[in-house]
Unconditional design. Structure first.
Length: 589
């Protein structure tokens, strides 16, 4: 059992016991044989956390699933993993007597006008893929430049295709290159990375097996590429066997290899085993964990909402002489912000700056979002002022969220003041302010903002017009609302949608113009903008208000089975029908 806790932390004094998987010690046996006799003991992640920092940690008031694709099995013998009849990376099978500098070729060049260009690969394990017109055009131009392109040209283009998401074409171009040049370690590694990025692990491992045929011995970069990509999908067992093959061939893992292993263990929810790997690195004389390794474990803990353990790893970093970086702190800032604990995120941001780590724009933005979720407006304004002083760019989306937050709290004057401070507002800014002003009965001010859009050359959208039409309809200025819609149509750029018509319907029904509302419903069909359930509910409600119960009943029957009527107008309809029935009965008596 391993315990990890913060012995000097004011808010995290209770030990948290975590069971270590018994296979963890076996895991260390293949990672670092000389340290395989590590005994179970108590691991205090933090015995003394930042002795000179009294603020640590800032006071504070999911499982990952993967479905990895099938990967061909390795042999059970680490030094005799076979592919067909050839040992993988067998020292006896490798010769370097024919070594040539990169870019030269040991295969006779074919004529630049190859009659079968581009060739179809007979033994391709991928589907038959034709080059795209653009790829074919580029290849044709390359062949026209002179003799057959060298291996560097081919490899560069293969890498480009892979980065563009065209793994099939990169695979086929590699086959073409093999007919003209002997592939080298760089071209193999690039293709393996491309195939792994496309989740083609079968093909990637198949090419890895074929490297000895070309008298090429995989290097640490090649191994790291495979281990890293296999690790992303949790292929721990295959990583173990590949690890043993690598060491049997005299290539020893570096910090990148260990980082990939830690990431793989965290992805598969084996955080305890990842801690054991971390420990083996910490006591190693040659391999020391870097911030990436620590951050990977921190992120895994935070993904599982284990904040105490994550803070413990953060403290352990400092003890081991590996100072937390921007990414380390951003993980905690994002964690608290996502939970809506903006003040905790803000404390971490302040603490990070005091420790000499410069905050990024992302740090500020995430923290602002957390404070807005918690509706801590004064802290948001303070943080934005600090952003200005530090020279950080304040995005318009940040301003928009602050304006929305102030509006939600009813602080309209402050929201409008913030709006005036925004140098480059966008359409969302304008729409937010217009809606806010109209909602709080400041229609004249809303129209001033609308006119300001033209001055600043900000194009109004249908949303902008809908906000204004809705505001005019609520004020009873229906004719003005129709004029505005006509203006929008004459502009030729925008067309009214169903929301626009519903706003007009609401205005007509609220002013008792039910016949005009019925005409508008028919007009909506003619315009190819059929009414929705809100349209019919609005009209039914309008009919009930003016006492046209029979028309409302017929419209309701028309809706039945076609649209789901809203409960409010239906309640009025039923109530009115019951009252009328009672009156009729009384009259009959």
């Amino acid at each position: 059992m391993v315990e990890f806790y913060h012995s000097k932390s004011p808010s995290l004094r209770t030990p948290k016991a975590v069971e270590i998987n018994p296979k963890g010690v076996e895991l260390l046996s293949w990672i670092s044989p000389e340290k395989s006799i590590i005994r179970s003991r108590r691991l205090h992640l933090v015995s003394t956390i930042f002795p000179t920092d009294s603020d640590f940690p800032p006071k504070t008031s999911h499982s990952i699933s993967t479905n990895p694709p099938t990967v061909p099995d390795f042999s059970s013998e680490p030094t005799k993993i076979k592919h067909r009849n050839t040992l993988l990376c067998s020292p006896n099978s490798l010769t370097y007597s024919n070594f040539q500098p990169r870019g030269t070729t040991s295969v006779p060049n074919k004529p630049s006008k190859h009659p079968n260009f581009p060739p179809k690969l007979k033994n391709s394990s991928l589907r038959n893929t034709q080059f795209s017109p653009l790829t074919l055009q580029v290849l044709t131009q390359i062949f026209k430049l002179g003799p057959s392109p060298d291996i560097i040209t081919y490899t560069t283009f293969i890498k480009f295709l892979g980065n563009s998401g065209r793994a099939d074409e990169a695979f086929e171009l590699f086959g073409l290159m093999k007919e003209l040049h002997k592939p080298d370690i760089i071209s193999f590694t690039i293709l393996i990375r491309i195939l792994c990025n496309s989740k083609m692990f079968d093909q990637a491992l198949n090419f890895f097996h074929k490297m000895p045929y070309y008298h090429i011995k995989p290097d640490i970069i090649c191994y790291n590429t495979l281990i890293d990509k296999l690790g992303e999908f949790g292929h721990i067992e295959y990583i173990r066997k590949l690890w043993l093959v690598m060491k049997s061939n005299g290539i020893y893992p570096d910090v990148v290899t260990y980082s990939s292993l830690v990431k793989s263990l965290c992805v598969t929810n084996k955080i305890n085993e990842a801690l054991l790997v971390l420990q083996s690195m910490e006591i190693s004389r040659t391999i020391k964990p870097n911030t990436y390794v620590y951050n990977t474990i921190v992120k895994a803990y935070l993904n599982h909402r284990q904040i105490k353990e994550a803070l413990g790893v953060l403290g352990r970093m400092e003890i081991r002489g590996c100072k937390p970086d921007l990414c380390s702190f951003n993980l905690f800032i994002k964690y608290y912000s996502d939970l809506g604990e903006g003040l905790e995120a803000y404390m971490f941001l302040k603490w990070m700056i005091r420790r000499g780590v410069e905050a990024s724009e992302s740090s500020y933005r995430i923290c602002v979002n957390g404070l807005i979720k918690q509706e801590k407006v004064s802290e948001v304004i303070e943080l934005i002022e600090n952003m200005r002083l530090s020279g950080a760019t304040i995005s318009v989306s940040t301003w928009n969220k602050l304006i929305m937050c102030l509006g939600k709290m009813g602080r309209v004057d402050e929201a409008y003041g913030v709006f005036l401070d925004v140098k480059d507002p966008d359409e969302i800014t304008m729409n937010t302010v217009i809606h806010l002003l109209y909602k709080h009965g400041r229609g004249e001010k809303a129209w001033e903002v609308f006119n300001l859009m033209n001055e600043r050359k900000i194009e109004a959208s249908v949303v902008t017009y809908n906000i204004l039409v809705h505001g005019l309809s609520r004020e009873g200025r229906v004719s003005k609302a129709f004029e505005l819609v006509k203006q929008m149509e004459n502009d030729g750029r925008l067309s009214p949608d169903v929301i626009t018509h519903n706003c007009l319907l609401s205005g007509l029904c609220n002013t008792g113009q039910v016949d005009e509302a019925c005409k508008l419903i028919l007009e909506m069909f003619k315009r190819g903008c059929p009414p929705d359930v809100i349209s019919y509910n609005t009209l039914i409600n309008g009919m009930i208000r003016v006492g046209r119960m029979d028309d409302a009943s017929r419209l309701f029957e028309h809706m039945r089975g076609k649209l789901a009527a809203h409960s409010i107008p239906l309640e009025h309809l039923v109530e009115e029908l019951l009252i009328r029935k009672i009156v009729d009965l009384n009259c009959a008596v």
